[in-house]
Design a protein around this ligand. Structure first.
Ligand SMILES: Nc1ncnc2c1ncn2[C@@H]1O[C@H](COP(=O)(O)OP(=O)(O)O)[C@@H](O)[C@H]1O
Ligand SMILES: [Mg+2]
Length: 227
């Protein structure tokens, strides 16, 4: 299996005015292609900071982060944005565009460079079918349940065949039954489509469904177990 993420003594310090906030204080983590990690930890323990670094949304303060073997600290802004395009992000508050249909929300994320309009529509429909929303393609976000909106967000995140899917508390805003359904979908993407998944969650039960459970506390990883 190929190593797609390797963090060595990774640190991130934010400056809050003149006060440094040490969000990551030396994280060591290896993620292989096809892995499925659940990251658990109390609020403020550095989970989102970790996802943001892995997704090239932000740069580390110290330590090393290799993505596909490339040290992100050596990349310029253009190279970082190229890297970001190969990452699928899903957030707690779906972040869909209200005025657009499910299909148009997904289509918007398909890179316009290499495929035509008709092909993009078809691909968006296929992605919605993958997440179980074949019969909802023309619905707008307000016409969908929370779980369905999150499925649209997942379809959108898959649009450009990402190297991995980063989900930051994707079930934090939906009921527990729907949360289990979303978890089943994410699990299926991992087992059937081979998508590498890194998912932050507050839910211990859901975390056990992943292949690995990583516990964070106060900016470090305190345990990393194979389920
Ligand atoms: N942009 C920022 N500026 C300053 N401090 C931040 C910023 N983002 C996060 N932090 C701080 O870093 C720590 C870790 O935050 P975060 O990674 O969001 O934790 P989690 O996702 O586990 O709740 C917290 O103390 C938080 O207040
Ligand atoms: Mg967070």
């Amino acid at each position: 299996m190929a190593l797609i993420v390797e963090a060595v003594d990774l640190k991130k310090t934010y400056m809050l005015g003149k006060i440094p906030v040490e969000a990551l204080r030396g994280v060591n983590l290896k993620i292989e292609s096809g892995d499925f990690l659940a990251i658990l930890g109390p609020s403020g323990s550095g989970k989102s900071t970790m996802l943001n670094l892995i997704g090239a949304l932000d740069k580390p303060t110290a330590g090393t982060l290799l993505i596909d073997g490339v040290d992100v600290s050596t990349l310029n802004d253009n190279q970082l944005s190229d890297l970001r395009r190969r990452v699928g992000f899903v957030f707690q508050f779906f972040n869909l565009i209200p005025r657009l249909t499910a299909r148009d929300n997904v289509e918007l994320s398909l890179s316009i460079a290499d495929i035509g309009k008709a092909e993009r529509k078809k691909r968006a429909e296929e992605l919605l079918e993958t997440v179980g929303l074949k019969d909802r393609i023309k619905h707008k976000p307000a016409e969908l349940s929370g779980g369905q909106q999150q499925r649209v967000a997942i379809a959108r995140a898959l649009a450009n065949n990402p190297r991995f899917l980063l989900l930051d508390e994707p079930t934090g805003n939906i009921d527990s039954k729907t949360a289990r359904e979303i978890m089943r979908l994410v699990k299926r993407l991992n087992t059937e489509k081979g998508v590498t998944i890194i998912m932050v969650t507050h839910d211990q039960q859901l975390a056990k469904e992943a292949k690995r459970t990583v516990q964070m506390f106060d900016g470090v990883i305190t345990s990393d177990v194979v389920n």
